[in-house]
Design a protein around this ligand. Structure first.
Ligand SMILES: [Fe+2]
Ligand SMILES: [Fe+2]
Length: 507
């Protein structure tokens, strides 16, 4: 607003009043528009952006008090200051004006200095109100975006580009009347601070459109150093300066006309918000800065969480490999078990967190074997009953090793129950059906399939077809009744997938 004249609408049925006020206020700060009818005044308000209304007590098709009340109750116009023209000698007129919610009064006969001072004061109020409403809008944008970002945030499926799309969808205006949002945005990504990959975003018929744009940020802006960020705002007058002219020319070459610009710059991400329906200011730059930093914050959290998960998986596999040291060489048995188990869990409709955990934590199913003497595990001939009783303790040992950390409850349940059977003939407890946790039932089938496929000290591995036959029809030792029927059904319908995994991760 700083470079624009304030528009004052005067409504009066007395041409003398209109003339006096127009001559008093027609200078560089104000532009005066007048009418003698309320109905015409409403039309003007619809078409033009009016900053202050001055209304006389008498107007041709209504009265000033009613008009004032109408404006002050109007959802769109109530923020415009209304001043009533009253007689200096009539306290009743003054009191009634305020009763009808007028923001102020101007006394007749007019005093030039007083009128100018009052209008300037209200112009200032209008300017502050605009700033206030604009900031409230901005805060609304931040809250809306943050709420959605938190709700949708999943560090394991975090997509930075989608996150930026979501930010732009809140930042850019959907409809042209909105003042406090930019009409479009340009976003650039770079790994090195050079060779920027840029996109132009704009709503077209209510849909956010994204076009690739050949705009290299490093050619037009002095980018901050690695790890630092910068923000700025430019209004129309700033583009007259040499330093910004070439940015405008470049954007014009894409048929983008620039009225104003708010920007965020960094070494790897730049964002320009263009063409607000008003002058832009430092608050707009701050808002953009907050929003972009929020995206970067989410990205950092996602990266750190993913790294933590990787670290945890790495530690799990180290422990699992340590436990295998005593056993015969099962190659990638633990990784394949994770793949089959995650597949079954997905088919069962279990949630994403469970699927992720069973995939890694199932690697610890035989961790208890670390306590079983190597000569028993590697024995080439059938085990004696005594030896077999020792082997059957490995689930209990596994449970003890994993302990009670809630994040490893799936690993513990798997270690304890992967040899339990649906029909109650398993060990160590002989649990029946749903007494066995779902993770134990899943790994039970995955483990049997994979163990059948690999070479054991006392036999060669079975081919896929024979392994399927044994699991689905039984061979006396392994029986279909050992498995949860739902899981067995998934296996039967998708057995080719198990074969694919085995072949893909054989060595
Ligand atoms: Fe086992
Ligand atoms: Fe196993």
């Amino acid at each position: 607003m700083t470079n624009t004249k304030y528009r004052i609408l005067i409504i009066s049925d007395k041409s003398a009043n209109i003339h006096s006020l127009t001559s008093l206020l027609s200078h560089e700060k104000f532009q005066v528009i007048n009418t003698d009818k309320a109905i015409e005044a409403m039309e003007i308000l619809k078409k033009r952006n009016i900053d202050i209304i001055i209304v006389d007590i008498t107007i041709r098709d209504s009265d000033g008090y009613t008009f004032c009340k109408t404006i002050k109750e109007h959802p769109k116009y109530k923020k415009i200051p209304v001043l009533m023209l009253v007689n200096l000698t009539s306290p009743e007129e003054r009191i009634k004006s305020f009763t009808m919610k007028a923001d102020g009064v101007i006394f007749k006969p007019f005093n030039e200095k007083e009128v100018n001072a009052i209008i300037e004061n209200f112009a200032e109020i209008k300017r502050n109100n605009e700033l206030l409403y604009s900031n409230m809008e901005n805060i609304g944008t931040i809250i809306e975006h943050t709420e959605q970002a938190i709700e949708k945030f999943n560090p394991f499926q975090f997509d930075f580009y989608k996150h930026i799309d979501n930010l732009i969808s809140h930042l850019v205006r959907h409809i042209s009347e909105v003042e406090d949002k930019p009409a479009m945005a340009i976003v650039g990504f770079s790994d090195t601070g050079k060779n920027w990959e840029s996109y132009h975003y704009k709503y077209v018929f209510g849909e956010l459109n994204r076009y690739k744009l050949n705009f290299d940020f490093s050619s037009f802006f002095e980018l901050p150093k690695e790890g630092e960020t910068a923000k700025f705002f430019l209004n129309r007058v700033d583009f007259e300066k040499d330093e910004y002219r070439k940015i405008e020319e470049k954007l014009n070459s894409f048929r983008i006309l620039v009225r104003n610009m708010v920007g965020f710059l960094s070494h790897h991400l730049c964002l320009l918000a263009l063409n607000y329906n008003r002058q832009v200011n430092e608050y707009d730059a701050k808002l953009l800065n907050i929003l972009v930093n929020q995206c970067l914050f989410f990205r950092t959290i996602a990266k750190q969480t993913q790294r933590l998960e990787e670290t945890s998986s790495y530690a799990i596999y180290c422990l699992a490999r340590a436990s295998e040291a005593n056993d015969e060489d099962p190659k990638k048995h633990i990784f394949r078990i994770g793949e089959y188990s995650a597949f079954i869990a997905k088919k069962l409709g279990l949630d994403e967190k469970f699927i992720r955990r069973i995939k890694t934590q199932s690697a610890l199913h035989d961790v208890g074997k670390i306590y079983i003497p190597s000569h028993i595990l590697k024995k080439q001939t059938p085990l004696t009953e005594e030896e077999w009783n020792i082997v059957k303790k490995h689930p209990i040992y596994g449970g003890q090793i994993i302990g009670n950390h809630p994040l490893f409850s799936i690993a513990k349940n798997i270690a304890l129950t992967h040899h339990e059977r649906w029909d109650g003939t398993g060990y160590p407890k002989g649990l029946l059906k749903e007494e066995i946790p779902i993770e134990g039932r899943i790994v039970a089938l995955a483990d049997v399939y994979d163990t059948l496929r690999i070479d054991r000290p006392y036999r060669k591995g079975f081919d896929h077809k024979s392994a399927v036959e044994i699991i689905t029809k039984g061979d006396g030792r392994t029986m279909p009744s050992h498995f949860d029927p739902k899981i067995l059904d998934i296996f039967r319908k998708n057995e080719h997938y198990f074969e694919e995994i085995f072949d893909k991760m054989k060595n």
